[in-house]
Design a protein around this ligand. Sequence first.
Ligand code: FES
Length: 104
Amino acid sequence: PILNVIDRSGQRRTVEGASGLSVMEVIRENGFDDLLALCGGCCSCATCHVHIAPQWLTKLPPISGDEQDLLDSASDRAPTSRLSCQIPFSDALDGLTLTIAAAD
Ligand code: FES
């Protein structure tokens, strides 16, 4: 499946990702260093914060309490905010489009 990533400079790139990885891992594997993902995907840092294109929001798994708490403490919080490490990538998300959120 493919993923469309818009980085902090506004550059859009379409990348291929493997099902079974998290969206955060797909972004990192494709060299987007502005997504730090400092905690490595264990939902404790919020440096994998992204904004999801609105039409995709309902296709994602629900936000857990931990993810909600972290998002609420992020400076670039928006209704479209998610932590990319909490989203398993799959064929169902083929074409998912997201923007890397501003750094805290
Ligand atoms: Fe740390 Fe997602 S990588 S919360």
